[in-house]
Design a protein around this ligand. Structure first.
Ligand code: HEM
Length: 447
């Protein structure tokens, strides 16, 4: 059985029909030919956008000349109530300064220090599950949010403020279900983007809670009593160029994006991973075998035992990339595959299409974790695998997520067996990240 793929729209759609489809779901509103095309043009009455699947174009935009293809302002508009001026939405010098301060916190060596907090979150998640039928996305959102609060602020999700942020974020999503997709809607730039009062209110509540955490931490740093976690590291790192640290206000913006980018994405990947393990019990057995070789509270050095589990997680990120599409804005006149592309055009990079491209990947829609061991997969992985983006703006949490994902998967399947429920297979749907239309329901039994 091939894992679920949304049905592509069959034929040409007019502008209004496209807008309506887009509002429903960005994945099923696209035609099937995009899984074969190297480049596609979308004309709207207000601007042009181009989907780039040609690896040479993707490299030009992300790796070779990222400054000429900044993040589209349309993204900032959609996300501004919650994220302010966070590193996810800024460009140019402001963004460069932010990365100089943030990046050291996520370097390889620091991952070892955050590992025990991830293990604690994994154990708590396994302990929260109970036998029966469960909606796994909710469970994994809980687990991934727990990882973020434990690694950033040394507090578990049960902490009063952490739990309040988590629950308010649910409300926020209900008011603003198409958050990042606002950037794709073919609306003119001059049309004001209204955020519903409920969205603004909810964003303000979340930011207020995060402000309390940041202020308390600033006080602890001054008093010399701060724990050695990611928040302390980021708040005490000086920009090597200017010598400045983040102000508390700037830190609030960054914590908001760590919470959002760090828990929504990992939750999506873990949920699809558990579903795929349920769909392919033999693969689950192989992950269990690796998981059983871990100590009760695994050490960082034991990660090397999870080789196959890591390939499973890679393959999940290929089939269900949590961030299905990214948008950049073209600044200079360009020629791309013999097409003239004018400044101001929206360049859409689509991990969703690239990862399932029929002219790049053998058997693109199949779940085959063993492909990651095969020599011929190397070129596909290099040219057409972008779950964390690439280049200067690559996800700061990529290394973090590649530790968290396999670790949590292993800890969960070590205690629990996950089984598919016939007739309740999930349908992929681009929400804020790639989620399932009606949730992911699995039968859980104790091992
Ligand atoms: C499976 C998990 C994850 C996936 C698939 C993922 C994917 C991505 C992608 C594709 C981008 C680029 C978006 C764009 O250019 O439009 C990104 C950016 C980012 N991610 Fe992640 N991410 C994950 C986990 C995390 C975690 C755990 C953190 C932090 C704790 C994090 C923090 C960020 C930040 C701060 C950015 C913005 C970087 C910049 O623009 O300079 N992500 N992520």
């Amino acid at each position: 059985m091939i894992p679920p793929k949304p049905q592509a729209r069959p034929d040409k759609a007019g502008f209004w029909q496209h807008l309506r489809l887009f509002r429903q779901d960005i994945l099923s509103s696209q035609p099937a030919r995009l899984y074969r095309a190297w480049m596609a043009e979308f004309r709207t009455p207000f601007f042009r956008s181009y989907l780039c699947n040609d690896p040479a174009l993707v490299a030009r935009i992300l790796l070779e000349r990222p400054d000429d293809f900044p993040k589209s302002n349309r993204i900032r508009e959609g996300l501004s109530p919650l994220l302010g001026n966070s590193v996810f939405v800024t460009n140019g010098e402001v963004w460069k300064r932010q990365r100089r301060i943030i990046d050291p916190a996520f370097e390889g060596g620091r991952l070892r220090d955050t590992f025990p907090a991830m293990v604690a979150a994994g154990a708590a998640s396994a302990a929260r599950l109970s036998p029966g039928v469960a909606e796994i996305e909710e469970e994994m959102s809980h687990a991934a949010a727990d990882v973020i609060f434990r690694t950033l602020f040394s507090i578990p999700i049960e902490h009063e403020i952490a739990s309040a942020v988590f629950h308010e974020f649910r409300t926020y999503q209900r008011t603003q279900p198409l958050l990042n997709l606002a950037a794709f809607l073919p609306l003119p730039r001059w049309m004001p983007r209204f955020h519903k009062p409920a969205t603004r209110k909810s964003a303000a509540v979340i930011r207020g809670l995060i402000a309390r955490l940041c202020q308390a931490r600033a006080d602890e740093i001054l008093a010399g009593t701060a724990p050695d976690d990611l928040a302390t590291k980021i708040m005490t790192t000086r920009d090597p160029v200017s010598g400045e640290t983040f102000t508390t206000e700037e830190m609030i913006d960054q914590v908001a994006i760590f919470f959002l980018a760090g828990h929504e994405t990992s939750a999506s990947a873990l949920s699809w991973a558990l579903y795929l393990l349920a769909l392919y019990p033999q693969v689950q057995d192989r992950v269990v075998a690796e998981a059983m070789s871990l100590g009760q509270a695994p050490e960082f050095s034991e990660l090397s035992k999870l080789k196959f589990t890591r390939d499973v997680f890679r393959e999940v990120l290929r089939l269900y990339p949590p961030v299905p599409m990214m948008v950049r804005e073209n600044r200079c006149p360009e020629t791309m595959r013999d097409r003239k592309v004018a400044p101001g055009a929206q360049m859409v990079l689509s991990p969703w299409h690239l990862h399932r491209h029929e002219r790049i990947w053998p058997n693109p829609d199949a779940f085959d974790p063993d492909r990651w061991k095969r020599e011929e997969n190397r070129a596909c992985a290099r040219d057409a695998y972008l779950p964390f983006s690439a280049g200067a703006r690559v996800c700061t949490g990529a290394g973090f997520a590649m530790v968290e994902g396999p670790l949590l998967l292993a800890m969960l399947v070590r205690d629990w067996r996950f089984e598919r429920i016939a007739g309740r297979d999930p349908v992929p749907f681009a929400h804020l990240t790639v989620r399932a239309k009606e949730g992911i329901w699995l039968q859980i039994t104790r091992r």
